[in-house]
Design a binder for this molecule. Structure first.
Ligand code: OAD
Length: 254
């Protein structure tokens, strides 16, 4: 890993960080693409689409149950902890954390708020679009090894509150993301392959407002050319150096 210079944040800066599966790889959670990635081992349309769920909800729930228990058994790493500290140092007016991850590790590291673009493994809701319970996800960490759970209100199968292929992101979370990027001065993407939209295009919004754009990833992402700076390395090693402890970002400069 090349030597890493701390990001020169000033008191005027507003920072947005977008994370992907790579930040949790250092906690032992499998990524989606690349060697050992979930979508290399499983068929994404069987396990992460409405059609797959309708075909075999039990299979989807077995997959989710396994991911829930692996996420619960994992521990937030130095990458998650650094972003939580940076969020406390800068405060919510100057720092926003957007994640494509559904594993809850940012929250367990102490980040608050965390804008979950792809939902959460730890929420469940009704799968029937016209049921009121479909809009009321509840906290859930259970495993359903035998039969899929059903909605107490309408009897339809319950589903995880995650975004599947072909589904739109939650409009309120997407609106926050677009709003904060449009007023940011620094945009960091961490541990993401830059292949899944709309998150892969957030860098374009940041560039359009003249923000500094930095990619932290173990390898060049699909959209690496859109970033002003590429820091190659593991998130858990790079982030503590990029945002060193005790720096009180923005209070010593600007
Ligand atoms: P991917 O699995 O597509 O990409 C993970 C990226 O992290 C790759 O570019 C790796 O090189 C990099 N990486 C791996 N380990 C790393 C480490 N220790 N430090 C830094 N980088 C590392 O994951 P995402 O880009 O998050 O969507 O995937 C985006 C979406 O695709 C996911 O949210 C999920 C998936 O389908 C849904 O489920 C809707």
């Amino acid at each position: 890993m090349a030597s890493i210079v701390p990001a020169p944040l000033t008191a005027q800066d507003r920072v947005v960080v977008l994370t992907g599966a790579g930040i949790s790889a250092d906690s032992g959670i499998a990524t989606f693409r690349g060697a050992g990635g979930l979508w290399r081992q499983y068929d994404v349309f069987d396990l992460a689409s409405v059609a797959g769920f309708e075909r075999d909800p039990g299979l989807v729930w077995q997959f989710i149950g396994g991911r829930r228990s692996r996420a619960e058994a994992a521990t937030p790493n130095a990458g998650h902890l650094t972003l939580a500290r940076l969020g406390r140092e800068l405060g919510p007016e100057r720092f926003t954390l957007l994640t494509q991850n559904v594993d809850g590790l940012h929250q367990r590291a102490g980040s608050e708020p965390v804008y979950e673009l792809h939902g959460s493994l730890f929420r469940t809701r009704c799968s029937a679009p016209d049921c009121p319970a479909a809009r009321q996800p509840f906290s859930d960490n259970r495993d359903y090894p035998l039969a899929p759970p059903t909605c107490a209100h309408c009897g339809a199968p319950l589903r995880p509150d995650v975004v599947w292929f072909g589904e739109a992101l939650a409009a309120d979370v997407l609106a926050v993301a677009e709003q904060v990027i449009q007023r940011c001065t620094w945009f960091f993407a961490v541990g993401t392959s830059g292949t899944v939209f709309p998150a892969a295009a957030f860098v374009e919004l940041a560039l359009a407002v003249g923000a500094h754009t930095v990619l932290v990833n173990r390898e060049p992402a699909e959209n690496v050319s859109r970033f002003e700076q590429f820091v190659e390395g593991r998130a858990a090693e790079v982030l503590p150096l990029l945002f060193p402890d005790g720096r009180r970002a923005g209070q010593d400069a600007g």
